[in-house]
Design a binder for this molecule. Structure first.
Ligand code: AHM
Ligand code: MG
Length: 331
């Protein structure tokens, strides 16, 4: 409540962060700076995405291609940009990314935070002008400041996240953020180059009409999930699936709905990654009043064992997840 007093719609992300910092001194400014670095990198990615259709042209013309970056795939470019921004910002000692097998050490051994990131999610949508996103998760390190970060810093568990967010590069670009005090949405104003607070307190409707999954895999889904989906169809609910987690999640967050990525024959552990896809989305969902589980337990309770581990994901409106879980119990 205290936080909302000072947060009128229309203020910039920078001002929001500054005001939150005074209201909640959760950090001595480092987390604020880190969030600014993420926002800056996302603006650069946004620019690259908007020019994506021109890349071959500018590439072949040889312009704007000092480091050869414009010829690289957009997800690789996004990875480079985020890592660079976090290195330069100085608040992050190590990063894990969907694009890199191992921990990336930034060289800032005195920094207090680590970040897990999927720099550009929904890669199958990049070439076809459909919405894509960035997902990130932030922890305070558990290893001593001054030392090299280790696996332990990343395998703390979902409830230890201090902040999480996503950027949806959609019909407009929006940044959705939680620091554990609810969820706020910021819309990017391209003319100002600023994120503007547009949704100070996002709440997911407790129920909804939308179900989102890859229907092509349905024969592989566990029986209770199949039954749940049959009921959705019997009730003439709406099926919507973009194939970009961020976009599917965001629509369901606003309108009410459920997103499902169950285990399949191709991906027996589920497809999505626990540390930089499931955990941050689950943190946001819960902070907005929604729920997230893996079919057996709360996502945030799933024990992390490796950097790139996968998990099934069921996420969305609270009543819909409860209903699904109730079916799983009945078998
Ligand atoms: P990616 O990280 O390789 O882009 O994969 C993650 C994406 C999610 O955004 C999306 O929800 C899902 O994979 C779609 O998978 P599928 O094409 O199997 O339905
Ligand atoms: Mg991904």
């Amino acid at each position: 409540a205290l936080a909302n007093l000072a947060l009128p719609v229309g203020i910039t992300l920078d001002r929001y962060i500054m005001q939150r910092q005074t209201a909640f001194p959760y950090a001595t400014g480092e987390l604020s700076q880190l969030l600014r670095d993420m926002a800056l990198a996302s603006k650069i990615i946004n620019r690259e995405i908007n020019r994506a259709g021109l890349m071959d042209i500018t590439g072949s013309a040889g312009s704007d291609n000092v480091q050869g970056e414009t010829q690289q795939k957009l997800d690789v470019v996004a990875n480079i940009r985020f890592i660079r921004a976090l290195k330069n910002g100085g608040e992050v000692c190590a990063i894990i990314s969907e694009e890199d097998e191992d921990i990336i050490h930034t060289g800032n051994v005195n920094a207090k935070y680590v970040v897990a990131i999927d720099p550009l999610d929904g890669s199958s949508n990049i070439d076809v002008n459909v919405s894509i996103g960035t997902i990130f998760s932030i922890y305070r390190r558990v290893t001593p400041v001054g030392s090299k970060a280790t696996l332990a810093d990343f395998l703390q568990g979902g409830d230890q996240q201090v902040a999480a967010g996503y950027i949806l590069y959609g019909s407009s670009t929006i940044l959705v953020l939680t620091t554990g005090e609810g969820v706020s949405g910021f819309t990017y104003d391209t003319s100002l180059g600023e994120y503007i607070l547009s949704q100070p307190s996002l709440k997911q409707p407790p129920t909804g009409q939308i179900f989102s999954c890859n229907d092509g895999n349905v024969a592989d889904y566990p029986a209770p999930v199949q039954t749940y989906l049959q009921r959705c169809k019997q009730q003439r609910m709406t099926g919507r699936y973009i194939g970009s987690l961020v976009a599917d999640f965001h629509r369901n967050l606003i309108k009410g709905g459920i997103y499902l990525y169950p285990p399949t024959a191709r991906s027996p552990q589920g497809k999505l990654r626990l540390l930089y896809e499931c955990y941050p989305m689950a943190f946001i969902a819960e902070q907005a009043g929604g729920r997230a589980c893996d079919g057996e337990q709360r996502i945030l309770d799933v024990a992390p064992t490796s950097l790139h581990q996968r998990s099934p994901l069921f996420i969305g409106s609270s009543n819909m997840i409860d209903q699904l879980n109730g079916m799983s119990l009945n078998g």
